[in-house]
Design a protein around this ligand. Structure first.
Ligand SMILES: C[S@@+](CC[C@H](N)C(=O)[O-])C[C@H]1O[C@@H](n2cnc3c(N)ncnc32)[C@H](O)[C@@H]1O
Length: 255
């Protein structure tokens, strides 16, 4: 495990992996996004027509495009220039999306209270300083605005989690270990062009950081696939034993 690993280090690996990570994306993202994350995110985001929305850590921009197609005026930030290059390539010029290079931990080029909604899909676990990012999101929201973010579920996806399989390779159990480890770890099976790193934090660390930043928790979702989605992708039924993701809907209180 690397002890000192900054957001700048993390971004180098995102830059190297940007193409391979997003190669299999459709306009709904990858399969996990289509099956689990998008339905949960959009159920919490609600109506976005004419709203100013920030996509914090937009990657190749699929979620920004989905938001813009629903009528949002989108600012999309990512710290990886390679990701932004792909996002620009994949985005039709008529869509109202402003791609901006920036670090979610310090978005001082964006003004206070600029957004009614902020979405951050699978980014918080990539940040060395998630507390700073939460404070930035709070600053950037209007009073009463919503911050919706998803992460790998910290209770089930840990530095040492994975399938225990029998001799034939059949899945027996999903094992979890090292839950209380807080820090960076290498994501096994990801990072074709070099390792990708995530930060593990316990659930209580996330919850306490949310509270410290001043947010109210409105709703928490541990996404499960719908009946309709299971008909389309039946293998998810067999794999689905615990939550891979958790999604938070937060509100900046009104004064
Ligand atoms: C797992 S990908 C998710 C991308 C996109 N939200 C999606 O769902 O496809 C994580 C993204 O966060 C970006 N990222 C990592 N650290 C960041 C930081 N400090 N500030 C802004 N973006 C960051 C990476 O470049 C990458 O595009």
């Amino acid at each position: 495990m690397k002890k000192s690993f900054t957001s700048e280090d993390a971004i180098k690996s995102w830059d190297n992996n940007a193409r391979s990570y997003t190669n299999n994306y459709s306009e709904a993202g990858d399969l996990h996004r289509e099956v689990f994350l998008n339905p949960a995110l959009f159920s919490l985001i609600g109506e976005v027509e004419h709203k100013c929305v920030l996509d914090a850590g937009c990657g190749e921009g699929y979620l920004s495009r989905m938001l813009a197609q629903r009528g949002a005026i989108v600012t999309a930030v990512d710290y990886s220039r390679s990701m932004l290059e792909i996002a620009n390539e994949r985005t039709a010029s008529h869509l109202p999306i402003n791609y901006v290079h920036g670090n979610c931990e310090d978005l001082s080029t964006l003004k206070d209270a600029s957004f009614e909604t902020i979405v951050s899909n699978m980014v918080m676990q990539d940040l060395a300083d998630h507390e700073r990012a939460l404070r930035e999101m709070y600053r950037l929201l209007v009073d009463g605005g919503s911050f919706i973010f998803s992460i790998l579920h910290p209770c089930f996806i840990t530095p040492e989690s994975g399938w225990e399989k029998d001799e034939q390779g059949e899945k027996l159990h999903w094992n979890v270990d090292r839950y209380f480890y807080e820090g960076v770890y290498e994501q096994r099976g990801l990072g074709e062009a070099g390792a990708l790193f995530y930060y593990h934090r316990t659930l209580s660390t996330y919850l306490n950081s949310i509270i410290r930043a001043g947010f109210t928790i409105v709703k928490v979702v541990e996404p499960t696939p719908s009946e309709e989605i299971l008909k389309k992708y039946p293998t998810f039924e067999e794999d689905f034993r615990c939550a891979d993701f958790i999604v938070f809907q937060l509100r900046k209180p009104t004064e």
